[in-house]
Write a protein that binds this ligand. Structure first.
Ligand SMILES: [Fe+2]
Ligand SMILES: [Fe+2]
Length: 341
């Protein structure tokens, strides 16, 4: 099964899931073979994505994604561990990994689902670096930035936490809350990472600056400098959004993972004053639509399937439970508790 945008939908492809409208009407049943008359009709109904059976004519299946992810993870793991030992960053390996990830991110691949599967691994620093690169690239594509800038976002994503290899592992992996002095140690990963990255002429200064400033916040409440507003570069602002999203949706030593809906709500809240509003908003608007077709557990204990994303309130979709429909934008007492794979 593969999720594709309707701009890539072609006659002859077969629908892998029932397709519903916002009010729970069945539009097309699973197994329907798409005909050209469906194409304009679906666009009129505001359908942006649907699931088709895996097809050789649409590139980028999930198996391919898994392989690229594993390969990138391996490279990142090796160069980060070597950096800890004082070895230089391998230019070609790092840049090749960015290219590999760039080719993997297009709207049709359900990156969010892939990332969730990969999160079962426990090497947070390495998977997190790849995830932030992938999410940053995705966001930059949504924002329609130039390909050269998108590449920088990928590189900044991979490198943003490289300074953590120089922070004591006991503090980095400490279960439970940090003391104020331990937190100060962790904060140093920004400066340590900057000192490392800025030694290399193949790493653009915008990227080194993003390594330094990805924890800065627009209102001046971030670290290490307490910089604010325009003085925080655009790369750092984008990495900040991807970083926060991945951190919230990952299980870490000191906190359990949260649903993507919860993460999107946090981004929304933080987009007033702290995060770049454009970057946070495009994420909030678009990330939730990837969960149409996903099985979820609701706060009332019931299990169902997300069938429609409400564009005005993406984090409160419509969920079908047996024959019933919950429109969470109306049913304010019910929330999505868990994503079921
Ligand atoms: Fe960081
Ligand atoms: Fe991070």
């Amino acid at each position: 099964m593969q999720r594709i945008g309707i701009d890539r939908l072609k006659p002859g492809l077969e629908l892998a899931k029932d397709l519903y409208s916002f009010d729970g009407q069945l539009l097309l049943a699973r197994g329907t073979v798409i005909e050209s008359r469906h194409l304009s009709r679906l666009a009129q109904l505001g359908i942006s994505h649907l699931y088709i059976l895996e097809s050789a004519s649409v590139p980028g299946g999930q198996e391919a994604f898994g392989k690229v992810y594993e390969q990138s993870l391996n490279t990142v793991k090796i160069f980060m561990l070597e950096a800890r030992l004082g070895q230089p960053l391998p230019r070609n390996e790092v840049l090749d990994t960015v290219d590999l990830l760039l080719n993997q991110v297009f709207d049709e691949v359900n990156i969010f689902k892939q990332l969730r599967l990969m999160k079962e691994k426990d090497e947070y620093l390495f998977t997190h670096s790849i995830n932030v690169a992938l999410l940053g690239i995705l966001m930059a594509r949504w924002l329609k930035l130039d390909e050269a800038v998108i590449k920088q976002v990928g590189l900044a994503g991979i490198l943003h936490d490289i300074g953590k290899v120089l922070v004591s592992p006991e503090i980095l992996e400490k279960p439970g809350p940090l003391t104020p002095s331990e937190f100060e140690e962790i904060k140093k990963h920004t400066v340590l990472g900057y000192n490392l990255a800025s030694q290399y002429d193949w790493i653009p200064s915008e990227v080194s600056n993003a390594v330094l400033m990805h924890h800065e916040r627009l209102d001046g409440s971030g670290y290490p400098l307490g910089a604010s507003g325009e003085s925080i570069g655009y790369l750092a602002r984008m990495i900040a959004v991807a970083d926060m999203y991945d951190a919230i949706t990952s299980a870490r030593v000191y906190s359990p993972k949260e649903t993507p809906y919860k993460a999107a709500e946090v981004l929304w809240r933080e987009s007033f004053g702290k995060l770049d509003p454009k970057a946070a908003k495009v994420f909030y608007d678009r990330a939730a639509s990837f969960y149409v077709g996903q099985r979820v557990r609701l706060s009332n204990g019931e299990e169902g399937e997300v069938i429609y994303t409400n564009p005005t309130w993406p984090t409160r979709p419509t969920v079908k439970v047996d024959g019933k429909f919950y429109d969470l934008a109306q049913d304010r007492n019910v929330t999505i508790k868990e994503i079921i794979d």
